[in-house]
Design a protein around this ligand. Structure first.
Ligand SMILES: [Ca+2]
Length: 652
């Protein structure tokens, strides 16, 4: 105490006290770098990264900062997590549960980073993906950012086409026409801003859309990767290019002499999408799921002047960035709308012992995913199913203890219910959580896909209207109908069901529904037109994807999906005539799957094929793609125990 008093007195009495405020201990610069859809193991600073990963600049940052091994975001898709990060509050407090809700616009009444920092003397800038409102009235330029360079849109942007007025790049609120590779351009803009504003404290929010779809990178970058999987090569090239841009930003901070007093955060907005070959080792699942792979992300904090390099196993969450930044800048946290995040500085400086905390997730009624973490216990729910995991022993969420520990399940459910009760009703999608009744009078409109009447369910479990032997035959033209869920503009025409992925839609069009079987024959006719591609996925009862079949006009690719890994197990060349109907069939007998499409056939044996299937997903990118004459004929449960072999038959 005496020391503090003496120091303050000395300052007041010394000539220093009459110097302008700039000479007082400077407020730190604050830089938030967000990657998009980056896999947990697709960074070098995850020791379990696959050997092909190359992110040397992030690795250097990790060595200068604190690696948060248990760093979370507040959801498993892009937009809701950005609402949480920007406000420091669970986005569910604002009724934002789904990507559609948050992407439609973060309420303007909510205060975000630059609105705290600008009044405190910060120059503020946003570069890249916004995804908190699709049109100019939601622009970050209207909510505290001095400089803006990026796109509003729905979450994805072409990496090369930067001059398309239909999907504009904005500088401030003006549409601009640009050239170059978007990831490079975002890095260059951040570098320029830092060079121009080094004399005052600044806040940079650099939100790369890398490595989100579309998978696009310069050819010379892709050529550096030789994984054997073209998608994976491109994904890694995109990550490498982002890492290079981050390297240039950090080099600029160093060259300009402001690095020491810069508080920098880096994380991904959600887990890596398995369907896009991301690697989340050792975590289970990925984007669109509340398993760790969807919500635990690469997470770093650097502040060379204040934080010793190292790592922490204490759970932290993107909500913590705003309160930490405010504390670092000496700005009081708001009293009227308490923040859900915590100031991490005492923990990261080692001044306090790690404390137990509760973290919550809810994706709302649309997806039905929810989760709670309390200490090392994690309860994950998806609609009617729950899984209980002890993360201290089982980071990969392999051993579900829900059956053994019903009291723990009840305790964590109560904890989550208590949190959910504090949250607002969803802005658009309906009930807070799948299965929870809404208050009287607040029943939401059902999604269009569920409004149609008299649609028979497509499920092998409901064979009443089916062919003998439990088979299910549908024309496809009668879907989507309950219990099928549809995303995208599926439309019936001439006895077939057609869909084209919308130009501004980042996700593939999707039709998904239940199908209970182990072995049997699944068949339908397929018609690929334009740039249409089709993916069929089969999901296990526990929610894991098992098998994926990718169909392009020139290839039939079979992929095994085990937890967090995609493994291409067969690639068969094809020559599909554009616009023609082709019969696709999958016959599963015990552990052997035989896929036929047109004249191509492949037959593979793997234990994964014999597992129970509970859900089918039909996905379409590009298009149009047509489907007709669906049938599913399940067999009795097959025997298990053959070894893995693969044979492919080339087309004549
Ligand atoms: Ca994302």
């Amino acid at each position: 105490m005496k020391h503090t008093f003496t120091l303050i007195t000395a300052l007041l009495l010394s000539p220093l006290a009459s110097l302008p405020a700039a000479a007082a201990p400077a407020k730190p610069n604050i830089v938030v770098i967000l990657a998009d859809d980056l896999g947990y193991a697709d960074v070098l600073f995850n020791p379990l990264h696959p050997k092909e990963v190359t992110t040397p600049h992030l690795d250097a940052l990790a060595k200068e900062g604190v690696v948060c091994r248990q760093g979370y975001v507040t959801g498993h898709v892009c937009s809701p997590t950005r609402a949480g990060l920007m406000t420091g509050r669970y986005q569910q407090r604002l009724g934002l549960y789904t990507g559609g809700e948050a992407g439609s616009g973060l309420p303007m009444s909510e205060k975000i980073f630059p609105q705290y920092l600008k009044p405190a003397g910060y120059a503020t800038a946003q570069f890249g993906k916004w995804h908190l409102g699709p049109t100019p009235e939601w622009s970050p330029a209207l909510r505290g950012f001095d400089e803006v360079f990026g796109f509003l849109g729905r979450g994805a942007h072409d990496y090369f086409k930067l001059d398309d007025p239909r999907d504009p790049i904005y500088r401030g609120t003006n549409v601009v026409r640009e050239t170059g590779y978007l990831t490079d351009r975002l890095g260059e803009e951040a570098v320029s801003f830092i060079q121009r504003h080094k004399a005052q404290p600044f806040f940079v929010y650099l939100a790369f859309n890398a490595v989100h779809a579309p998978l696009q990178a310069p050819a010379e970058e892709i050529a550096k990767f030789k994984t054997g999987t073209p998608e994976r090569n491109t994904l890694l090239a995109m990550g490498k290019r982002m890492d290079d841009a981050i390297g240039r930003v950090v080099a600029t901070l160093k060259q300009e002499g402001v690095w020491e007093n810069t508080l920098l955060f880096f994380c991904s907005d959600n887990g890596g999408p398995l369907a896009q070959t991301a690697d989340n080792t050792p975590l289970r699942g990925g984007k669109h799921q509340d398993y760790e792979g969807g919500i635990r992300v690469p997470f770093l904090v650097c502040w060379p002047a204040q934080l010793k390099p190292g790592e922490t196993q204490m759970p932290v969450i993107s909500l913590d960035m705003l309160p930490t930044a405010l504390a670092a800048a000496g700005i009081e946290a708001p009293a009227d709308k308490p923040l859900d995040g915590k100031n991490l500085l005492p923990l990261l400086r080692g001044e306090v012992a790690p404390q137990q905390r509760h973290l919550f997730w809810s994706a709302g009624s649309e997806e039905g995913w929810w989760a709670v973490r309390s200490g090392d216990w994690k309860l994950v729910g998806e609609k009617g199913r729950v899984g209980l995991f002890d993360l201290s022993k089982d980071v990969s969420e392999k051993t579900d203890l829900a059956g053994q520990l019903p009291e723990k399940v009840a305790e964590l459910t109560r904890l989550h219910d208590g949190w959910l009760a504090e949250m607002a009703n969803p802005l658009k999608a309906g009930a807070k959580r799948f299965g929870l009744p809404l208050p009287a009078g607040s029943q939401p409109k059902k999604p269009k896909s569920e409004r149609k009447k008299n649609q028979p369910p497509l499920s092998a479990a409901a064979p009443a209207s089916s062919a003998p032997g439990g088979a299910v035959r549908e024309s496809f033209a009668r879907m989507p109908g309950k219990p099928w869920h549809a995303r995208g503009g599926w439309a019936a025409k001439d006895g077939a069901l057609w869909v084209t992925q919308k130009a501004d839609e980042t996700q593939p069009a999707l039709l998904r529904g239940p199908a209970e079987f182990r072995g049997g024959v699944l068949s339908y006719e397929l018609n690929l037109q334009g740039d249409g591609r089709h993916t069929l996925r089969l999901k296990a009862p526990n929610g894991d994807f098992l098998i994926r079949l990718d169909v392009a006009p020139d290839s039939l690719i079979l992929i095994k999906m085990t937890g967090d890994r995609n493994e291409t197990i067969s690639r068969t060349p094809l020559k599909l005539a554009a616009g023609s109907w082709q019969q696709l069939s999958l016959a599963i007998a015990a552990e052997t799957l035989t896929a036929k499409l047109g004249e191509a056939m492949c037959s593979i044996t793997d234990e994964v094929f014999a597992r129970e299937k509970a859900e089918l997903n039909f996905l379409v990118t590009g298009g149009p793609v047509g489907f007709r004459n669906f049938s599913l004929t399940p067999d009795a449960a097959p025997a298990i125990g053959q070894s893995k072999t693969a044979t492919n038959t080339r087309p004549k």
